[in-house]
Design a protein around this ligand. Structure first.
Ligand SMILES: [Zn+2]
Length: 599
């Protein structure tokens, strides 16, 4: 039988394992940086991926087991080749913490050749060529990881062609004239000009804003303006709730369906505007060509950065590990067991923990765990178990479809971006505000049609401006009434407070406005070629202005007890001007607890 080749390389680096992990375990980037050709996923069967190199003439195809890893210390992979000069390759990469600081990387490879070609290729290709490339890549990652600023992109030379450069500058000047944020535009130029192809495949406005130290909304709005101008392209990524990978990548809202499918996990899932539709951007090809589909590794740990460890434990065996957690919620599961174990990680939590997979299943209580725990995974079942621990919270750096579609800038610039007729997509929380003018008939009678109409139109302008300033948007107007949507309750309240202030300052007779605000789940639909909201949250919100006597906001309990609203009312409401009452709402059997606040 053919000989097995074994290599072990060690490098001492200056950065910590935590800082190196996002780069070192990003095998997609690593394979690219070390000169491997791009590859193509052919299919997934029972979590094993069939992959091939995208190179002409030579057909190298293999089956790839899922990666195993433990943040921030170790990852490994096994490939069984079906064609080509190799039979099997196993990789184990370890990041050991050095005292007082630094990391020792140990990279170990076992390779079995299939034939004489493999026997020739391995010592040269891996033993000499890869060893040099690996050393260079790890040293580059060490330099990047040791910088104090967050890693937003990796630069590999200038990326804009001369025509691309000219086009960017032209659009940049036009956007500046239109009042787009200049600081964001200059960051954007730097990014588009220098970021390598992998960094620019998915430009995430909130993550970039955090890194640039600017406002998330400003960056998102600038990107929307840039898209309208032809500098960027916007995509709606549907994220799988299991693996959180991109299940679909859509150019338009009209291509979205209420149900989607993840190929990797082989599951169908419900699409939800504020959970799993993320808006991302890429340069428009006229500015810079980006090959968004190019892949150098199909299963890297960095594709699932929320998973702390993913480890296989054979029946009746156990596995020790140590990891690093952030404060917050985690979930542990084992592949052949139902349910999961919930955990809360905090500073003084226990340092040692056993997790046992057996017939008893998981405990219902939320277990406490420390931030640098030593864990033992014990498999007391007759089946192989893949243990996974994942951080429960979704990245709050995702600009969701709910965020984008409630922005007035989006409605103004992309009025034709709507769902397909008949498609319904749920959004689990949205704040809806309905306003109406009080006694507008009397106003028309008292000051005359022309003058009254002027005042009413002015009130629409004030409303529109105040709503947009709080990150909301006007969904529609109906006579003197307006429906607006916001991401957060406090934004609605703050907007209407400013409207009232403006209206009172505009002279006699003052227009008085009746307002109702409610918060809850909805469905988003296309109604008369615009995005609209439906459901009982909308029905309730629409009735609330009826309870207002004018000059006051009426809102539900869901609004009243929102922490930001509590704080807002403490700061802005006149003492003793917030009171509870009960209101009958048509279609509901029992009266509802409601609140009114004088503005
Ligand atoms: Zn999935």
């Amino acid at each position: 039988m053919a000989q097995e080749y074994h290599y072990l390389w060690k490098w001492d680096l200056t950065s910590t394992p935590e800082a190196l992990w996002p780069l070192v375990s990003d095998t997609n980037r690593f394979n690219r940086d070390t000169g491997l050709p791009s590859m193509q996923l052919l299919g997934v069967n029972n979590r094993v991926k069939r992959v091939k190199f995208k190179i002409p003439i030579v057909n190298v195809e293999w089956d790839e087991e899922p990666f195993e890893w433990t943040y921030p210390h170790r990852f490994g992979i096994l490939r069984r080749y079906r064609t080509g000069p190799l039979l099997e390759m196993r990789v184990d990469c370890r990041l050991e913490r050095l005292e007082p600081s630094g990391t020792r990387i140990e990279y170990e490879v076992w390779v079995k050749p299939r034939n004489i070609l493999g026997d020739i290729a391995i010592p040269f290709g891996i033993g000499i060529f890869s060893a040099k490339k690996f050393a260079d890549a790890f040293k580059m990652y060490d330099r990047i990881a040791s910088r104090p600023e967050p890693v937003l992109f990796i630069a590999t030379g200038r990326k804009l062609s001369t025509p691309g450069h000219t086009r960017f500058k032209l659009l940049n000047d036009r956007l500046k004239e239109q009042g787009a944020d200049t600081a964001t535009l200059s960051h954007l130029y730097d990014f588009v000009h220098r970021a390598d192809d992998l960094s620019i495949q998915r430009m995430r406005p909130y993550a970039l804003a955090d890194g640039w130290g600017t406002s998330r909304r400003t960056v998102l709005e600038t990107f929307l303006k840039g898209t309208r101008a032809g500098m960027l392209d916007m995509y709606w990524d549907l994220l799988c709730p299991e693996c959180r990978g991109v299940a679909e990548d859509r150019r338009s809202l009209a291509d979205l369906h209420g149900r989607s499918h993840c190929n990797t996990c082989q599951i169908d899932f419900d699409v939800n505007f504020d959970h799993n539709v993320e808006v991302i951007f890429r340069p428009n090809p006229a500015v810079r060509e980006v090959d968004a589909g190019i892949e150098f590794c199909v299963g890297s740990p960095q594709r699932q950065p929320h998973i702390v460890f993913s480890l296989v434990v054979p029946p009746h065996e156990q596995l020790p590990l140590s990891t690093v957690l952030l404060e917050g919620r985690y979930r542990l599961s084992a592949s052949s067991l139902d349910g999961s174990q919930m955990l809360t990680a905090f500073k003084d939590g226990p340092d040692h923990m056993d997790f046992r997979a057996d017939k008893l299943g998981w405990s219902r209580e939320i277990l406490k765990i420390g931030l640098s725990p030593h864990i033992r995974l014990i498999n007391d079942t007759d089946f192989t178990q893949t243990f996974q621990m994942e951080r429960v919270t979704w990245s709050d750096q995702a600009a969701t479809a709910a965020d984008v579609t409630t922005l007035q800038v989006f409605r103004d610039l992309f009025s034709s971006e709507v769902l397909r007729a008949g498609e319904e997509i749920s959004v689990s929380s949205i704040t809806l505000m309905f306003t109406d003018l009080r006694n507008s008939t009397r106003l028309y009678r008292e000051v005359g049609d022309a003058s009254a109409f002027g005042r009413v139109r002015e009130h629409f302008e004030i409303l529109e401006k105040a709503v947009a300033a709080e990150g909301g948007s006007i969904v529609k107007t109906m006579g003197d009434a307006v429906m607006a949507a916001f991401r957060k309750p406090v934004s609605g309240l703050s907007a209407i407070w400013n409207v009232q202030k403006e209206l009172s300052a505009r002279g006699a007779p003052p227009l008085t406005i009746k307002v109702g605000i409610h918060h809850g789940p909805c469905i988003v639909v296309n109604m008369n070629d615009r995005l609209d909201y439906f459901g009982s949250t909308v029905n309730i919100a629409a009735r609330l202005p009826n309870f207002s006597h004018g000059g006051e906001a009426v809102f539900s309990e869901a609004i009243r007890y929102d922490p930001e609203v509590i704080e807002f009312l403490e700061r802005n409401a006149v003492p003793n001007s917030v009171s509870r009452f009960q209101g009958e709402i048509r279609g509901y059997d029992t009266p509802m607890d409601l609140w009114r606040a004088r503005m």
